[in-house]
Structure formats: structure tokens, C-alpha cells
Write a protein that binds this ligand. Structure first.
Ligand SMILES: [Zn+2]
Length: 276
């Protein structure tokens, strides 16, 4: 599952390359849209919405369509000079968009579909407030999470209907910063707003180039980008000492009550005691 910052960066790069440009060719390599040809259409904008990418295009008679993609686990969009050699195997390409200035190729996309722009709500209307969006609403996100008080906070944070943009890395890191074990029921998390605000700050700190880092200085700037320094407080640091108390970090598993979508969690048993 991608983190919201990856999708935000992908949208920014695609917008930079394509916005205002007319497509000279399009190639949708999924059966449902294999015959769709958007040559002559103009890319209006590319925007992220949670973990969804929305590429809005305008065609004849002001018709508006949205190319919707989701990166899921392996997906990526790459921008090349026209005719440039792809860095991923051709058979994994799902969408190719050409302009006079660039080729944009979506590889291994988890979702690729084209809908009327007026119908975007059917795709992203269920999403909670977007941590990286202009409409971020802390109170609304808190209300949505608190509506299910028995759900573990680590599960609630990944549920994009509550708030959009958090993946496994940021849920583990934000829970650590708040001293909250991810299995803690929502009802026992007292300062949910600080936890969400921390997650937002971590995402925002990683919108630029360079590797993802969640260790920030007091001004919110990443400090862990130097080689050999840990980039994360707990994520994938099993058995390594906690950076606050030296207790070995532990790994566990957390999923929905029905066993679906189990994902690894990482936590410090000392800094994040289990509360039930
Ligand atoms: Zn600790």
C-alpha cells in the first residue's frame, strides 16, 4: 500500500509534465479501455486524492474525463522524454500517454479506469479528509474515527474512509510518537488530534526528493537522511534498540476483526504499552 506522500509526489511530477499539453497518443492496456483513444484531448490537471491519482482531460465539445489510477502495492508512474527507454519491463505497462514533450507510463497500476469527471465521487467520494489535501479537516477525521470506539487505532488510521493518506509506515511512526500501541482501542486514545497532526507533519516533511524519513528536528525538517542513520523510529526496526529508551523494537500483526488485511506493526513495548 503506498503512502499518501508517494501519490502526492507522483501527481506533482505528472502535473508538471502533462498539464496544459495535448495528448498525441494514448494506450490503455486493460481490456475495458483497450479501444479508448484520447489523442487530441488536453490534460487539464493531475491531482492526488488520498492514495488515488486523478488525471483530468478535456476533449471535443468540452467533454471531461478522468483517468483514475491507484498504485496499490507495486504501481508507479514514470515520465520520460519522447521515445525514451523505459526503466520497467514493457509488459508491466498499463497506460501510456504521449505528448509532444513527454511520455508518461503507468506500470503495474492496481487500478486503471476512465470515468466522466462529473462521476469522480463514485471513486473518491467515500474517502475521509485528505491529510495532504486542501480540504483537510481534523475535527471531521476525529469524528469519523471515534464513531467506532472499539476498533484498534492502528486499523482506524489505515481505513481511508476515516482519513486519507496514511499507509503502514506512517501509522506505525505516528503511534510511536504518541506513545500509543497500535492495538489500543480508539476509545482509549485520548489525544487523537496530536496523533493525526503528527502523521500530517511526517507526510508533509516527505514531499520533496530524497528517501523517506520520519525523524524530524524541532522545525519539522528530516534529520535522518544521512547515510547510516536510521530513517524511522520503529518501522522495520525489529530487534533494534528504541531510539528513545533502547528497548528492542518488536514486530506484531494487526488486522481487521475478521482477519482481513493483516499487516505488520512495529512498536516499542516500553514507550507504547498495551492498553485495553
Ligand atoms: Zn522506547
Amino acid at each position: 500500500m503506498p503512502e499518501g506522500d508517494s501519490v502526492w509526489r507522483a501527481a506533482a511530477e505528472l502535473h508538471q509534465a502533462l498539464a496544459g499539453q495535448t495528448l498525441t497518443a494514448s494506450d490503455f492496456r486493460v481490456p475495458r479501455f483497450a479501444t479508448l483513444n484520447l489523442a487530441g484531448w488536453t490534460v487539464e490537471e493531475v491531482v492526488p486524492r488520498g492514495k488515488h491519482l486523478l488525471m483530468r482531460v478535456v476533449g471535443p465539445e468540452e467533454r471531461k474525463l478522468t483517468i483514475h489510477s491507484h498504485l496499490k502495492m507495486e504501481g508507479t508512474w514514470q515520465v520520460y522524454l519522447p521515445g525514451g527507454r523505459w526503466r520497467k519491463p514493457g509488459f508491466t505497462a498499463r497506460c501510456v500517454l504521449r505528448t509532444a514533450a513527454a511520455d508518461a507510463v503507468g506500470f503495474s497500476l492496481g487500478i486503471l479506469e476512465v470515468v466522466r469527471t462529473a462521476d469522480e465521487d463514485t471513486i473518491v467520494g467515500h474517502l475521509g479528509p485528505d491529510l495532504l489535501g486542501p480540504d483537510w479537516d481534523l475535527a471531521e477525521a476525529e469524528q469519523r474515527i471515534r464513531a467506532a470506539p472499539d476498533v484498534p487505532i492502528g486499523v482506524a488510521l489505515l481505513d481511508q474512509r476515516n482519513l486519507a493518506g496514511i499507509g503502514n509506515i506512517y501509522r506505525c511512526e505516528a503511534c510511536f510518537l504518541s506513545g500509543v500501541h497500535p492495538a489500543t482501542p480508539v476509545s482509549a486514545v485520548h489525544d487523537l488530534r496530536t496523533l493525526m497532526t503528527d502523521a500530517k507533519q511526517l507526510l508533509e516533511a516527505n514531499l520533496g526528493p530524497g528517501r523517506r524519513v520520519t525523524i524530524l528536528n524541532p522545525r519539522g525538517m528530516p534529520v535522518g537522511r544521512m547515510a547510516g542513520r536510521p530513517g524511522y523510529w520503529v518501522y522495520r526496526r525489529e530487534h533494534q534498540p528504541c531510539l528513545k529508551c533502547r528497548t528492542p523494537i518488536r514486530r506484531g500483526v494487526l488486522g481487521k476483526p475478521n482477519g482481513e488485511e493483516e499487516r505488520d506493526i512495529y512498536f516499542c513495548p516500553q514507550c507504547q504499552p498495551v492498553v485495553s
